[in-house]
Design a protein. Sequence first.
Length: 190
Amino acid sequence: MVRAYEPTPIPRESLDRIVGTVRRAPSAGFSQGQRLVVVTEPDRRRAFADAVAEEQYVDQGFAPWISGAQALVVVCTREEDYHERYRQPDKLDEGEEIEWPVPYWHADAGAAGMLILLAAIDEGLAAGVFGIPADRMERVRELLGLPDDVAIVEVITLGAGAEDAASDKLSSRGTRPRRPLEELVRWERF
């Protein structure tokens, strides 16, 4: 995960391969509810950065990593795709749509995001992930022209990574230790 990028363009073929992974992402019942919006135009990237208040990051000592990325991949989901799929006869539970134990539309969008990150690595690129603050969400939605039934889950920045020792020291990664593996992973039982 990086927060600074070189101004090196990403070939369209690389972006096509990266975002093409969404077609192979896990999807509950093969609902295929993930949606991506790819932002590459410099003016639109700057407008996006302004919409999420990038200047707050810069004021804190971080590089302009959102506008500096050569591509932004906005990972979205459409919840209704899941409900539509699970109202079909082969997915009904005693004639009804299942009771969702977790919102799989969000879980699947997260998995799609991970595929994008891994594909970026395969293409020799660096990446970062961030969320949209709630008070900025509507502004970003308008900028992207998102329909009302599509929700933003996360945004992935892509590009050739640049040296950025200052923000590396300021980021959570630089100010907090990693949790020990035994705290994160249990075997057989919690």
